[in-house]
Design a protein around this ligand. Sequence first.
Ligand code: TPP
Length: 388
Amino acid sequence: MKKSTMTVRPVEPAQDLPGAAAYRPVPPPAWKPRTDPAPLLPDSEPHRVLGTAAAARLDAGLMRRLYAELVRGRRYNTQATALTKQGRLAVYPSSTGQEACEVAAALVLEERDWLFPSYRDTLAAVVRGLDPVQALTLLRGDWHTGYDPREHRIAPLCTPLATQLPHAVGLAHAARLKGDDVVALAMVGDGGTSEGDFHEALNFAAVWRAPVVFLVQNNGFAISVPLAKQTAAPSLAHKAVGYGMPGRLVDGNDAAAVHEVLAEAVARARRGGGPTLVEAVTYRMDAHTNADDATRYRGDAEVEAWRAHDPVQLMERELTERGMLDEDGVREAREAAETMAAELRERMNADPVLDPMDLFAHVYAEKTAHLREQEALLRAELDAEDER
Ligand SMILES: Cc1ncc(C[n+]2csc(CCOP(=O)(O)OP(=O)(O)O)c2C)c(N)n1
């Protein structure tokens, strides 16, 4: 065997190295004393208002509005789910059980602010004032989002997980640069927090102190994946600390608490204090969508335990006990919800008028030769059908 000619240099003792003095245990020159992350850490318990002494200071007008929207929201969810069974809606990711988050997120914003919803958040868009039929257009299977995002200041409902978050940060940062008084509120699920876009959005938001609020609806599952398989973090709100923003933990079924926490976060963002990550602990009562069977991955007992913590019931009970709501108030809210549902049913039962040529209309400024050929073929086919 050939002997190696490589010589091994003996390791020099550290003190002989140039600049060895810098190796002494002193902090590097750029090191600033670490600030205590405690103010950034979430509370150990989700913040609650309903059923606590704090409920005594509730604003009756705001609470009645929250209640009316919760009742309408629940009815909107059951109606939209029914429409999937009648073949009038292709898919519906229900927010039944999560109405407190949806309603509070919409009501906490000013008209000039922006909402960045995910596919599960059509209810938030409706509460913000969007026509329910427009809100369901995409889920009905149309090629467009159904509404003008600029007119309503509601970004398109995002199906690719967490992609709405960097959009929200970009818009909020741009608004700040322009001197516009705008806050962006972005909604995402617990599963969405594992996406790279979540990380990039929160990092940029904190570095730029962008006026943005991130609302994570921790509803327990990403389709069939439970939270315990999603993350090892003590809570999703803890993730805020790593980015340098406060993390807040709130009972996501307590509409008063969610509204309070989000209002504080929005106010903080508006006065230049930067972003906040809010984790709302809630539960998805229905399956992921009408195409999912939740009984395959969770038990009835768990669902029933959450049914006893229903967001509509929690609010109704509190307001009734405090004399802020009487039988007439309950009936009025339910009647208004029924009227909305009947109108939604009727309008969704009408066949939409669709032009198949739209398929070619809005993707390319200049169509490719291939697309032009397909367009001509379809045109000829439709004309031939018209003549028949
Ligand atoms: C980037 C990306 N990956 C995967 C999917 C497929 N997908 C659709 S919904 C979903 C689960 C999302 O769970 P979560 O973020 O907790 O929101 P939830 O549906 O519970 O509201 C997945 C993985 C997707 N839409 N986008």
